[in-house]
Every structure is written in structure tokens, then in C-alpha cells.
Design a protein around this ligand. Structure first.
Ligand code: GAL
Length: 768
């Protein structure tokens, strides 16, 4: 029997002072909520305490009582009725404590957790600077397992071939049986014993498009009676990095991923299941990527399970950032590797183990051990480790490198041969961009475009190189960080999304590479006043359409096609628009083709150089127009205003129709916005009080009357919850770059609830 142990905890910020002034909390819980930015990371560092009381009925006397903590950041000591029963020192892996011998059966019991959240602990990732906040708290769920003494302690499932498994079960029970159950609930194979190999040739394979999942239902039996049962979900598939690419089930796939931290505004790591799952959904269904790296630690089981369900490949790694500590610290690293592999091994989405501290120096003695741990436990996956070092020792199977060489106008990536001499070993890029070009949602248009183009460039370079298996650009969304990093306000604006997962322009670079999500995102607002000298320059349409037809005030200008010349290897290069006059001088002014071309050339030259600095070639052309066509200076001024400046009279309306197979799949209209309204998008409105509280992420954006983001609308937004719902974070926020958000959470009651966002009301339903 599993009992969710998430409600009814007392929390004190000072363990030694006791629980007299403690507050009531539910898990997942963060030791201290923090502001959106300008953060003091000392706020969440403390030796805090959690306390929970429970009654253990007499019938449990013959059982074992196991407390499982899914995440306690960062060093936990567990007491049961005052007796120390367990200790764990990694904030990113789960642990279990057998409390049976200290339990008072038939009476009240008290569990205390002394939780040290200080970043001075001698365990990974601590010891040096870190470019992300590490928060603190019992930030994942806790479960009380009431078990038969011969319970199933652990089930390890190893994929040894496409349809082959090796299963190892730890239990004191003599008789153990396993059924393999498919997605429809049918038993497709069975085996007995605590260690066996199994071939299930008919099993459906797990793939990106069809992520078929199976369950291993393990039963421990005594005298024909089931005394314990444990189910673990897994998939049949093979994953393999080769010199020429990554293979899933023998099929080559270019990995187009992103890095993800597990953090959220205000509450850091502490979010329940549905919000954890949401990031996987956003990666797959909004950003259209096929992979994710859980930088820089094992992340929520809920997140990874959702990757299993959605068909999203995961590269997961041990906790750490650049620093390697002393012998104790190293021992902990080896232990973390062991815990990571055991706890996450069943997930078909995980394709690779990162067994090196992110961006650390070579340390062969340590990494020999971490590699051995992963290889011994799991023969079905290779190992890797993320480096910024070139030509570093390769003790792993796959060389992973953070390639920050792209600066905007050079090659997107380094050649593999310049990074590693191991030319026969697989290679991929584990990070790029990030700090090379921080981009805020409220940066100007040119900056936001440059950010997007840098992402397009590195992606293109990855697709062009057969010996680069994939890429994980930095990163999915902006995150809070320590003072040594970020923009001085405690935020690294490195994301292709903001902290609330609102897309920046660069997000569209990813979405547009997917064939499954119709995409047409125009890089420019088309407002000349946003650009130096009013020169909009090239406009990029990030789309997976075949072409884009441009219309000006409803009149066709020209059709444009994907920019294969600039981005030859991208599956869907952006469509580059550099001619806003197109055929208009022919269709609207009645010029013949040749005259229209000359007039256009002259007008564009004026836009570029100004009327007083025109090159002689253009002056000569203009003179010829005057002589042969009776052209006057005032005609030039009028045509300029009409076709280049686009000023006067009604505001110009530009329409971009994305065409695929002759059909308009998306259409974007750009014109100066005059009326802003809020778009409020809750991740869901049906919430459920289950094992703990539920929460929803609410994305808020300011849009104009054409549905375009109003990036300079920075106004206050007032948030208010009513009914069985509570707000996470402040009641008044300002949008930043026209976007922002909030979270709402349930409060243990069923019923109707609402969130008002200025004058918009969103209704929620909560069930128990
Ligand atoms: C890398 C590091 C990441 C992040 C990134 C920013 O060096 O691994 O955690 O700091 O730089 O670009």
C-alpha cells in the first residue's frame, strides 16, 4: 500500500528552534519563495525542518514502513519519533528510509526532516560558482509505503536488444513473477525469478511518432498469495550513437533538442506533476523538438514519464557544474551516478547517461568510476559527459561538447575534427548560443531577430554535418541564477522562451523545423520607426510552409520561398523577404517591367543611403527616368512615401500568407496596433486534488487587434483568485516584453474557482 505523504507537514525555517512557530505546508514545497528577479540567493539557504505526524494502526505491525522522498534539496536527515533513521545527500535523486523499527504501532508517530539547503555543502553541485539557483526544500513528493517484509525493493529493466530485456528484481521473497503488459492491458509475456532475460518479438516498439509503452508487473508471492506488487513502465527500443549519427531502433535521427532547467518563477523547483509534465508537452508540441537535455541534474520523474508518453528523447546527467571537489565529494558523485541510473533506467525516452560533471576538467580516476557504474548497471545505453574542453580525455562512449563559437556572422559550429581527435567516436553539441547572446523579450526587434538567426545558423550547421549527431542549444527558457551570472537582475535571459514559457522569436526557429505544427512567425512588426534610419532590412518568416505570399493593403506584392541559399541544410529554412515593392509598380502604377525595376532600384537606394548621398550610378538612372519617362522629382517623393516609407493616410496593412500544398496554412497581418488586449492562456482549467495539490501555469500576453504581440506593453496586471484556488507569486505584476504569467494552485478543496487577470476572468473546476 502506498500512501501519499504530501499534506499536513509543518515547516520551520530554523530546525534548531523547533516547530513552535512552524507553518502548515504541502509538498512539493520550496524553502522560501523568491521574487521574480533581483534575488538574494541567501534567502533560501538555511537548515530548515519539516515535521509530519501520522497514526500507524496495529495491523501494520507485521509490515515494513518505508518513507520514499522523491526530492529533498539538498541534505536530508530523517528522524522517526526522535530516532535518526536515514540520511541522504543529493537534492536531485530519490531515496527511501525504512522507519519500521522506530514506529509506534497503534499510536501517533512524528517524522522530522532536518533539511540543509545551504550551498556550502560538500556535495555536488556545490563548491564553486553555479549558473542557476539551487533552491531548497522537500520539492518533490513523499510517499509512505506499507509493505510486506518480503517486499520488492527494486526492479531494474535493461533494454538489451530491440525486443530484448534483462530484468533484475531485488526482494527477499523466494518466488517472484513478472508479466509484461502492453498498452491495451494484454499480457504479452511472462517470466519467473529475480533475474531473467526475455525476448518479446511481437512487442510494439517505442518511437518518436508512436511511443508505445509497456508495463512490467512484478509480483512477490508466498504460498500462492501475492504479498507485494510493483509496476514499472518501460518501452522496447534501441538507442545508439554512432560515428555518423544517432540511431533509434536502427533508424538515423538528427537530434534537435534544447536544454531544460527544472525551475519556475517564485517557487524554484517546487511544482506538482501536471506543471512538470507541461514542459515536455511544450517541447514536443510547441517547440517541435525531438530531444531534451536535463541540464544539469536528474529531473522530475513526472517530466521524464511525460517524455516517455510523448516520444521525446532525453539526455540526463548527474548533478554538477564545472567544479570537482575533494574525495568525499567525488564519492558522492559516484553515488549520484548509481542512483540516477537505477532510478531512471526504465524510461525509454532516456537515450544517454551524462556521467561527467557538466563542463568540468578531466579527472580520469573519477570518471572511470562513474562510467563503470553506468555501464555495469545498464548495457543498453551509452555514456557521455558535457565538456567545454577540446581534445579532452574520452572515457565515455560519446563526446559531448558545448560549442559557443558562433558569434552571428561566422560558421554556426566548429568542425568535429577540431574539437576531438576521436574521429571514430560519436559526437554531438550539448550546448550553444546561451550567454553568447542573451535576449530579453523587451529587447528591440533587431536584437530579437539576431537571437533567432543565431539559433537558425547553429541548427543549420548541425544538419549540414554528418558527423554531428545532434544539438541541444541553450536553452528552453530564461532562468533565475546567481549574482555571478545573468543580466544583473538574477535572470539569465538565455531562453527561446521567457520564464513563463512564452515564446520569443527564436522559439519559432524550432517550431518551424517540425512538419507537424503549422508555423508562420514573422520577424518584424513592419514598423519602420523601430529601426535605425527607418530601414527594416530583411524580414524573416519562420515557417514550415512551401512559400509565403506577401500582400500590402490586400494587394499581392510577391511570393517568397525558403532561403535555401542562406540555410542550405535546415529542413525548413526561413523565408527571407527583402522586397516590399514586388510587382506593385507594375500592377498599381502601370510601369512596364524594366521601368518598374529601375524605379524600384532608385527607391531602395534612397532608403539605404538617403536622398543626398545617392551613388552616381543611381543618380544616372534617375536622370534617365526623367529624360525618357518624363519623371519628376515630386513623382519620386510620392512613390517613396507610398512604397518605401509607407506613411500617410491609412496605416499600411501587411499580410503574410504561408502556403503549403496550395493552401494557406497560416496568415499573419502586421499593422501598427492601436488596441491592446490581454491573452490569458491557462495550461488547463480542470484541476484535480490527487496525491497533492494541483497547479496550472497561466501564460499572459498583450496582443494588438491583429493578434500580434505588443512587445512594449509593460503595464501592470492585477491577478486575483477566488474560490478553491490560490495564486503563486505576487498579485500585481507587469508584463515584460508584452508577456508574463502566473501560477495558480488548488487549496485542498473541490469546487469552482476563478482567476481574474485585469478585467478577464478565467474559470476553473477543481475535483478531489
Ligand atoms: C554553459 C553552462 C550552462 C550555462 C550556459 C550559458 O557553459 O554549461 O549551464 O551556464 O553556459 O550559456
Amino acid at each position: 500500500m502506498d500512501i501519499a505523504f504530501n499534506n499536513g507537514w509543518l515547516f520551520t525555517e530554523d530546525y534548531d528552534a523547533g516547530f513552535d512557530k512552524a507553518s502548515s505546508v504541502r509538498l512539493p514545497h520550496t524553502a522560501r519563495e523568491i521574487p521574480y528577479n533581483y534575488i538574494d540567493c541567501r534567502d533560501y539557504q538555511m537548515v530548515c525542518g519539516y515535521r509530519k505526524s501520522f497514526t500507524a494502526p496495529l495491523e501494520w505491525q507485521d509490515k515494513r514502513l518505508i518513507l520514499r522522498f522523491d526530492g529533498a534539496a539538498h541534505e536530508a536527515t530523517v528522524f522517526c519519533n526522535g530516532t535518526r533513521v536515514g540520511y541522504h545527500a543529493c537534492g536531485y535523486t530519490a531515496f527511501s528510509v525504512d522507519i519500521t523499527d522506530s514506529v509506534n504501532f497503534g499510536g501517533e508517530n512524528v517524522i522530522d526532516v532536518r533539511l540543509d539547503t545551504r550551498e556550502s555543502l560538500n556535495i555536488p553541485p556545490f563548491g564553486f560558482v553555479i549558473d542557476y539557483l539551487c533552491y531548497g526544500g522537500l520539492y518533490r513528493e513523499v510517499t509512505l509505503e506499507v509493505k510486506d517484509p518480503e517486499y520488492i525493493k527494486e526492479v531494474l529493466i535493461e533494454n538489451t536488444g530491440l525486443h530484448e530485456l534483462r530484468v533484475r528484481i531485488e526482494s527477499e521473497c523466494e518466488s517472484v513473477a513478472t508479466d509484461i503488459v502492453d498498452g491495451s492491458g494484454k499480457v504479452i509475456a511472462s517470466a519467473c525469478g529475480k533475474a531473467f532475460e526475455l525476448s518479446v518479438p511481437n512487442a510494439q516498439l517505442w518511437s518518436l511518432d508512436s511511443p508505445a509503452l509497456h508495463t512490467a508487473r512484478v509480483r512477490a508471492m508466498r504460498g500462492g498469495e501475492v504479498v507485494d506488487e510493483k509496476s514499472l513502465r518501460f518501452g522496447f527500443r534501441t538507442v545508439r550513437f554512432e560515428n555518423d549519427g544517432f540511431y533509434l531502433n536502427g533508424q538515423r535521427i538528427k537530434l534537435r533538442g534544447l536544454n531544460r532547467h527544472q525551475s519556475y518563477a517564485y517557487v524554484g523547483y517546487a511544482m506538482p506533476k501536471s506543471v512538470q509534465e507541461l514542459d515536455a508537452e511544450i517541447l514536443k508540441n510547441e517547440l517541435g523538438v525531438n530531444a531534451v537535455r536535463t541540464s544539469h541534474y536528474p529531473q522530475s520523474q513526472h517530466f521524464i514519464s511525460r517524455c516517455d508518453e510523448l516520444g521525446l528523447l532525453v539526455f540526463t546527467e548527474i548533478p554538477g557544474w564545472q567544479h570537482i571537489g575533494d574525495e568525499d565529494w567525488k564519492r558522492q558523485t559516484v553515488k549520484n551516478t548509481d542512483e540516477m541510473v537505477r532510478q531512471y533506467m526504465h524510461h525509454p525516452s532516456i537515450m544517454l547517461w551524462g556521467v561527467r560533471i557538466n563542463e568540468s576538467q578531466d579527472c580520469d580516476e573519477l570518471y572511470r568510476k562513474t562510467n563503470a557504474v553506468a555501464h555495469t548497471l545498464d548495457s543498453g545505453r551509452q555514456t557521455s559527459g558535457v565538456r567545454y574542453l577540446e581534445k579532452s580525455h574520452l572515457l565515455e562512449d560519446v563526446y559531448a561538447y558545448n560549442d559557443f563559437s558562433h558569434t552571428g556572422d561566422n560558421a554556426g559550429l566548429k568542425a568535429k575534427k577540431n574539437v576531438t581527435s576521436k574521429k571514430h567516436r560519436p559526437y554531438f553539441v550539448s550546448e550553444c548560443n546561451g550567454h553568447m547572446f542573451p535576449t530579453k523579450p523587451f529587447d528591440d526587434e533587431r536584437h530579437r531577430l539576431s537571437h533567432a538567426l543565431r539559433h537558425a545558423k547553429v541548427l543549420d550547421a548541425m544538419y549540414a554535418a554528418d558527423d554531428i549527431c545532434g544539438i541541444f542549444p541553450w536553452c528552453m527558457f530564461d532562468y533565475n541564477t546567481h549574482q555571478d551570472f545573468g543580466s544583473g537582475d538574477g535572470i539569465c535571459y538565455h531562453g527561446v522562451m521567457d520564464m513563463f514559457r512564452n515564446p520569443k522569436l527564436a522559439a519559432a526557429v524550432y517550431t518551424s523545423q517540425s512538419d507537424n505544427i503549422p508555423c508562420c512567425v514573422v520577424s518584424s512588426s513592419m514598423d519602420i520607426g523601430e529601426h535605425p534610419a527607418g530601414d527594416i532590412g530583411k524580414v524573416y518568416v519562420f515557417t514550415n510552409a512551401d512559400s509565403v505570399k506577401l500582400y500590402k493593403d490586400g494587394i499581392f506584392v510577391r511570393e517568397f520561398f525558403p532561403g535555401k541559399d542562406e540555410y542550405p541544410a535546415l529542413p525548413h529554412p526561413p523565408v527571407i523577404i527583402d522586397d516590399f515593392i514586388g510587382e506593385l509598380l507594375i500592377t498599381q502604377e502601370g510601369f512596364d517591367e524594366k521601368t518598374a525595376d529601375t524605379v524600384k532600384e532608385c527607391l531602395l537606394a534612397v532608403a539605404k543611403s538617403g536622398p543626398s548621398a545617392l551613388p552616381p550610378k543611381i543618380l544616372a538612372k534617375f536622370a534617365r527616368l526623367m529624360l525618357t519617362k518624363g519623371f519628376k522629382f515630386s513623382d519620386g517623393v510620392e512613390l517613396y512615401g507610398k512604397y518605401v516609407g509607407n506613411w500617410g493616410g491609412e496605416a499600411t496593412k501587411w499580410r503574410f500568407d504561408a502556403i503549403r500544398d496550395g493552401e494557406v496554412i497560416k496568415s499573419v497581418t502586421r499593422s501598427p496596433g492601436q488596441k491592446v488586449h490581454l491573452e490569458v492562456r491557462p495550461s488547463k482549467t480542470e484541476l484535480s486534488e490527487g496525491d497533492t495539490y494541483d497547479a496550472a501555469e497561466v501564460r499572459i500576453r498583450a496582443l494588438d487587434e491583429y493578434g500580434n504581440l505588443a512587445p512594449y506593453w509593460q503595464e501592470p496586471v492585477v491577478l486575483k483568485c477566488s474560490g478553491a484556488l490560490e495564486l503563486i507569486g505576487p498579485e500585481i505584476i507587469s508584463l515584460k516584453g508584452g508577456s508574463g504569467g502566473c501560477y495558480v494552485k488548488t487549496i485542498g478543496k473541490a469546487g469552482k474557482a476563478a482567476l481574474s487577470v485585469n478585467d478577464i476572468e478565467i474559470e476553473f473546476n477543481i475535483d478531489m
